[in-house]
Design a protein around this ligand. Structure first.
Ligand code: COA
Length: 264
């Protein structure tokens, strides 16, 4: 698939309604410095506005590393202001990924540590290569995660498991990531991208409005009271029933034919 460069370390490929973003910094196992984080943030801002054209984003890495975290060399010797600026930019970028209207699929090919694990935690679906290792090792640097690891991980796997990973810095294998609910499936290394593409294509083939709304209702509902989440669910369903695609889906079922969804 032909790729364009968003940055020397970020490659982008398109396949119909799917975009594949590849972190390409093999010599540093995909570690993210300020410039990569900025380019990633700019891309995500632009992608948000292209929700009708792009319906699924796949994020992956290159070689042994998916993303081995923030670029530790970039922390070395810098002042507090620079450090804080990097953390603010990371937060904006990762929040923007988590809030994308598109479905997001993370294909973790190798080390997903610190910010790399946090990037995966911002995606809707995580597929992991059997070679991957995931973790939040910041405690070993005398630090803690700053890209959502202390908040998104416990929401996904529960507080006890999250504390174990945060407080020991232990790296987990792909199978354990699936067992604890931090990933959906493990794949043989060669099968990772084909599986992520197959899954993305299935998503891209769904009616676009309920696809987007399913993500929003779950994500908004998780942080809301149950009654507020249930009210949101009913409101969204009512609105979908009024759409052309809602009517088409029902009509097609009654006429025993495949529905033709238009996104309206
Ligand atoms: N930032 C900057 N460079 C990194 C990096 C990071 N987060 N992670 C790996 N690298 C670099 C290494 O410095 C090394 O560069 P070099 O070849 O110029 O020395 C290269 O990537 C390969 O890493 P190396 O440590 O030699 O590979 P390994 O297989 O022995 O170990 C890891 C792999 C992932 C276990 C190890 O690199 C590591 O612990 N990385 C740091 C992870 C981390 O703490 N992330 C959170 C950051 S806040």
């Amino acid at each position: 698939m032909p790729e364009e460069r968003l940055h020397p370390n970020l490659a982008l490929a398109r396949h119909g309604a799917i975009e594949i973003l590849r972190v390409d910094r093999e010599d540093a196992l995909g570690a993210l410095n300020f410039e990569i984080m900025e380019a990633l943030g700019d891309y995500v801002t632009d992608l948000r506005d292209r929700r009708d054209e792009v319906r699924v984003l796949i994020v992956t890495g290159t070689g042994r590393g998916f993303v081995a975290g923030a670029d530790i060399a970039g922390y070395n010797g810098v002042g507090q202001t620079v450090f804080d600026g990097f953390q603010r930019r990371s937060r904006q970028t990762l929040d923007a990924i988590a809030e994308l209207p598109q479905a997001t699929v993370c294909a973790v090919n190798g080390y997903a540590l610190g910010g790399g694990f946090e990037l995966a935690l911002c995606c809707d679906f995580v597929f992991v290569s059997e070679k991957a290792r995931l973790g939040l090792p910041e405690i070993k640097l005398g630090l803690l995660p700053g890209g959502g690891g202390t908040q998104r991980l416990p929401r996904l796997v529960g507080p006890m498991k999250a504390k174990e990973l945060l407080m020991t810095g232990r790296m987990i294998p792909a199978t354990e990531a699936v067992e604890i609910g931090a990933a959906l499936e493990t794949c043989a290394p060669d099968a990772l991208m084909p599986r992520a593409m197959e899954f993305a294509e299935a998503l891209a083939g769904m009616a676009p409005l309920p696809l987007r709304e399913a993500k929003r209702v779950v994500d908004d509902g998780i942080d809301a009271a149950l009654s507020a989440g249930l009210t949101l669910e009913q409101r969204v369903l009512g609105a979908l029933f009024a759409t052309d695609d809602g009517k088409e889906g029902i009509t097609a079922f009654m006429e025993k034919r495949a529905p033709v969804f238009t996104g309206h």
